[in-house]
Design a protein around this ligand. Structure first.
Ligand code: HEM
Length: 345
């Protein structure tokens, strides 16, 4: 078996793993691996927010964003999603992955992209725009996939997988997959503060030390028969209840914001994939929620019971633990419940 931690990121542990050496996982799982070691990734969530009456304008604005993403130095990989939020707004989101901060910076600062963002900030009309950009270094990232085929998100950017990994199938395994957690407790300071926007057109938020972002994805597009029914009738409604809890009352669990999104294709039509993306005060808060909240315990329990019969349902997650300088959040003309704005009031 392999370790989830890539060979070049392994070091003598000063912090023990959450499980003994004889641990045998109940089912196989894999972690993403890049062919050339990844130094630092950039993950950008770019969104257009609108009321349904403004859908045509929003679509045009989103297509302009996609054109920008196609420009030189654009992301190597992107996923599209739509999200109907609790305030009654719709959001189109492009999740974009770069394998180096330098190419992201060149893209962001190019005349075309800077001009597009500036125009959006100056004349947003009825639309809202946001960008939430995370730049985790490799030792602050972990991924897990239930299949080694059709990797999603960061895994698709990295392009390959480990052998079957040891560190999964027990609470605390997320931490054990994080390279930096070999020697660091990754305590969060819980800070989340509004910061000044130089021209006052957008609202900016500064995230604190070791804020955590998880994208947890589900792909049921290849499921059939009993497996499809199990996912759609048993697992998904419980997942949705858990996602609604995090959206509406997440702060009491240390979750600053949560979006449970429907993935869409390039023509903006729904596909049979979803993910939850949430920002957390700390890794400990995320661990506590996943190991104790009835909704996650219920889906975890069902999953563990039927895991050997699950053939085509694909699950994955990617987690990053971020330093303050690796977070950049800006919201233009968005309602006050959008993303991290909802947590600062
Ligand atoms: C871990 C099931 C959605 C957060 C796990 C594990 C399973 C599971 C089986 C253990 C994985 C292993 O170590 O082998 C599911 C299913 C989901 C789902 C079936 C949906 C269909 C989510 C979502 C979140 C989440 C949306 C977002 C907050 C976590 C976390 C862990 C975990 C943080 C790691 C806990 C730890 O290692 O301490 N989940 N999950 N899960 N899940 Fe989920």
């Amino acid at each position: 078996m392999d370790s989830a931690i890539a060979p070049h990121l392994r070091c003598p542990r000063t912090r023990p793993r959450g499980v003994g050496d004889g641990h045998v996982p109940p089912a196989p799982a894999w972690s993403a691996r890049a062919q050339e070691p990844l130094g630092q990734a950039v993950i950008g969530y770019f969104g257009v927010q609108f009321r349904s009456d403004d859908a045509p304008a929003a679509r045009t604005a989103f297509e302009a964003l996609l054109d920008c993403l196609n420009a030189a130095d654009g992301p190597a990989r992107r996923d599209l999603a739509q999200y109907d939020d609790a305030a009654g707004f719709q959001n189109l989101i492009a999740v974009s992955y770069w394998d180096a901060p330098s190419s992201y910076a060149r893209w962001r600062d190019s005349a075309r992209v800077a001009g597009w963002w500036d125009a959006a900030r100056r004349a947003p009309g009825p639309l809202g725009y946001f960008r939430e950009v995370l730049s985790p270094s490799a030792e602050r990232l972990e991924t897990i996939f239930s299949s080694d085929q059709r990797l999603e998100g960061l895994g698709a950017l990295m392009g390959g997988v480990s052998d079957e990994i040891e560190e999964h199938g027990y609470w605390g395994s997320m931490r054990d997959r994080l390279p930096l957690a070999q020697t660091d407790g990754l305590d969060g300071d819980g800070a989340l503060v509004p910061t000044t926007d130089p021209d006052g057109r957008g609202r900016r938020v500064a995230g604190g030390r070791n804020l955590v972002v998880i994208r947890s994805g589900q792909d049921w597009s290849e499921t059939r028969g009993d497996e499809r029914r199990l996912y759609l009738d048993d697992i998904e409604p419980t997942l949705r209840a858990g996602m609604d809890y995090l959206r509406d009352r997440g702060l009491e669990a240390g979750c600053f914001c949560n979006r449970y999104v429907q993935m869409i294709d390039e023509t903006l039509r729904p596909i049979e994939k979803s993910f939850g993306v949430s920002h957390w005060r700390s890794l400990a808060d995320l661990e506590q929620w996943s190991a104790s909240h009835p909704t996650h315990l219920a889906i975890f329990g069902v999953f563990m019971q039927v895991v050997s019969d699950l053939k085509d349902l694909k699950l994955h997650h990617e987690v990053c633990v971020l330093e303050p300088a690796a977070q950049d959040y800006e919201y233009v003309n968005c309602h006050p419940g959008t993303g991290l704005l909802g947590a600062i009031g």
